[in-house]
Design a binder for this molecule. Structure first.
Ligand SMILES: Nc1nc2c(c(=O)[nH]1)N[C@@H](CN(C=O)c1ccc(C(=O)N[C@@H](CCC(=O)O)C(=O)O)cc1)CN2
Ligand SMILES: [Mg+2]
Length: 288
């Protein structure tokens, strides 16, 4: 292997420690403890794990959490009413509704009702708009975390080509906006892009966020590139479940300069950035 592994697990732990220090200072100076409302509807096992990890991180950072675990048959009207209450609660600085939501609930409707100034997931159209025109707002946690990892290696991306594979509203599009803000020349690729391997080979920074296990092979990677793998896919290998990314780590690590693993790459940064967004939300409210 030639690539250096980007240890997202350790960097996320360092970020959470820094948030804990800043939260303690905020409490001392302003008497404010940032509050995060965590809403889970239903019993999806992976969502349950993510929510538990979010609650654990909240406590570890010295933030307050408000837990709302609702049954799978919760109506859209009841969830909207809860979001309305959380919007009005001054102790709540951030609202997180865990996705996916059960079928009977229109996720866009729910996310669209969250007060944009409490939208610590950064999914509200107002925050998407703020990001695209360079105004302060909340950036979705996964791309924010990926950008922190990239920043540590390449503080400026001027003259660099960044390729983002995937055009989701939650990862691909905001990731591209962040890379553009750092002056990269950005290409967003997707399932209908022609000659994807050729395009990827021109990338100094390659972000894979497409949800296709092991799609990006070593011969798609420019020698020395920074490879960021956002994929989290469960596959079966020799009859056993395995978690893999969108990048074929073994072959890509032979070529890349730096690469994130899965697990322990971008994933842990997602939760640390949720804490960061919640702290930022409280700081913005204090600043008025
Ligand atoms: N409201 C939201 N819903 C969802 C989000 C989100 O950001 N906001 N993202 C994902 C799930 N997610 C957080 O909610 C998340 C996914 C994965 C990880 C993570 O740390 N993964 C580990 C591996 C964990 C495992 O074994 O399954 C890793 O990559 O090391 C954190 C958060 C969808 N829903
Ligand atoms: Mg995410």
């Amino acid at each position: 292997m030639v690539a250096q592994i980007i240890d997202g697990f350790a960097i996320a732990a360092e970020l959470r420690r820094d948030i804990a220090v800043r939260a303690a200072e905020m409490k001392d100076k302003h008497g404010v403890v940032p509050g995060l409302a965590v809403v889970l509807v239903g019993d999806d096992p992976a969502s349950g794990v993510y929510v538990r990890n979010k609650l654990k991180a909240t406590a570890e950072c010295g933030l307050r959490s408000f837990e709302h675990i609702l049954p799978a048959d919760t109506s859209e009207a009841d969830l909207l009413a809860l979001v309305g209450k959380l919007n009005a609660d001054p102790a709540v600085h951030g609202i997180l509704v865990q996705l996916p939501l059960p079928k009977q609930i229109d996720a866009d409707k729910v996310l669209g009702l969250i007060d944009p100034d409490k939208d610590v997931d950064g999914f509200h159209p107002v925050n998407a708009g703020r990001l695209s025109i360079g105004l302060p707002g909340f950036v979705p946690c996964t791309p924010r975390g990926a950008q922190i990892l990239i920043d540590r290696l390449l503080p400026s991306l001027a003259g660099k080509h960044a390729v983002v594979i995937g055009r989701s509203n939650i990862v691909g599009k905001p990731m591209a906006q962040l890379l553009l803000q750092k002056n990269a020349t950005v290409t967003i690729a997707h399932s209908r892009t022609a000659d994807l391997p050729d395009l990827c080979r021109t990338a100094d920074v390659l972000v894979a966020a497409v949800g296709r296990p092991l799609m990006v092979k070593g011969d798609w990677v420019k020698p020395g590139a920074v490879v960021i793998d956002v994929g989290i896919n469960r596959i079966e290998v020799d009859g056993k479940g395995k978690l893999v990314g969108d990048v074929d780590f073994a072959s890509a690590a032979e070529v890349a300069g730096f690469i994130t693993p899965v697990p322990k790459g971008v994933g842990p940064m997602t939760i640390a950035c949720l804490m960061l967004n919640t702290l930022d939300s409280a700081a913005r409210r204090i600043a008025g």
